[in-house]
Design a protein around this ligand. Structure first.
Ligand code: C2E
Ligand code: CA
Ligand code: CA
Ligand code: CA
Length: 279
């Protein structure tokens, strides 16, 4: 397990030379990072292809590590999941999302939703169904402005418990999206039992459209499948106008990607929206 992680985590690799128990180090550092408020949510816009309007912002976590600088989630989320620290970190994320939503609304963007990613470990927390409504009511957040993104694995690792957690979230009024669609192995019939309203096409497919006929047909089929199931569909990782044109002409509903904006700190994202996406 350590090995698999080390290939992904530069932080871990760095720690390897420092002592015999690198895993313990990153756990301690994560815990300390939480206490010292070293995490920040960056935001990336999601845009409607029909109206060109900004629909939502996805929160993507970053860690301002005191020694290693700005770390992206691939360098620490797995460690946070393995250690269980994703649970307190996840509540911090949701709390921060609620706070940022108020900033977004007072900026005049009252119809924009905020999406955040939920890991399977968060759904397994026994307190989840109690903590979530408390976090939202404490900040006076309207759950209808929140979306939660889950992968197939997150949903299907422990389907019964996930169902309970996701029903609770859905009953509060929040929307659920299926992230990284196309990369999992699960059957759609199984997924369909969950209250999901949006499919996000994984960027590994988006990035091959117009270059690779197979990718073209996969993306086209996902779009049609989503629509047959009355789901909206978002393409992630849109980087160039060719991909955008393909998605438009094949009826994709929404897009997200570097073509519009990289994930950036909230304030920078709001400024960018003022300049480009505001209507
Ligand atoms: P994801 O949820 O699939 O997020 C999309 C990732 O694609 C983000 O990477 C984003 O920066 C990147 N991306 C967006 N547009 C483009 C593009 O046009 N081209 C390319 N090449 N990449 C693009 P990021 O921020 O490094 O996050 C990676 C993953 O870490 C996320 O994948 C998500 O699974 C996880 N993650 C991020 N934030 C959180 C969080 O708050 N909680 C949890 N549990 N997981 C998170
Ligand atoms: Ca996501
Ligand atoms: Ca994704
Ligand atoms: Ca992903």
């Amino acid at each position: 397990m350590h090995r698999a992680k080390s290939s992904q985590s530069t932080l871990y690799r760095h720690e390897q030379g420092l002592g015999p128990a690198p895993r313990v180090n990153i756990e301690q550092e994560l815990r300390q990072g939480l206490r010292r408020n070293e995490f920040e949510l960056f935001y990336q816009p999601r845009v409607c292809l029909r109206t060109h309007r900004l629909l939502g912002l996805e929160a993507l976590i970053r860690w301002h590590h005191p020694e290693h600088g700005l770390l992206s989630p691939s360098e620490f989320i797995q460690a946070a999941e393995h250690s269980g620290l994703i649970v307190p970190l996840g509540y911090w994320i949701i709390d921060q999302v609620c706070h940022d939503l108020q900033v977004i609304q007072s900026h005049g963007l009252t119809e924009v939703t905020v999406a955040s990613n939920l890991s399977f470990r968060q759904l397994q927390d026994e307190q989840f169904c109690q903590v979530m409504p408390r976090l939202l009511s404490r900040s006076g957040t309207d759950a209808r402005m929140l979306e939660f993104e889950l992968t197939e694995t997150a949903v299907l690792t422990d389907p019964a418990r996930a169902m309970k957690a996701l029903r609770a979230v859905n009953d509060m009024g929040a929307t659920l999206s299926l992230d990284d669609f196309g990369t999992g192995y699960s059957s759609l019939t199984h997924i369909r039992q969950f209250p999901i309203s949006l499919l996000k096409i994984d960027r590994s497919f988006t990035q091959r459209v117009t270059l690779d006929r197979e990718a073209d047909s996969i993306v086209r089929s996902i779009i049609n499948l989503a629509h047959d199931l009355q789901l909206r569909v978002v393409a992630e990782g849109v980087e160039n106008p060719e991909q955008l044109d393909f998605l438009i002409s094949n009826g994709c509903d929404q897009v997200q990607g570097f073509l519009f904006s990289h994930p950036r700190p909230l304030w920078e994202t709001l400024q960018m929206i003022d300049h480009t996406l505001r209507h």
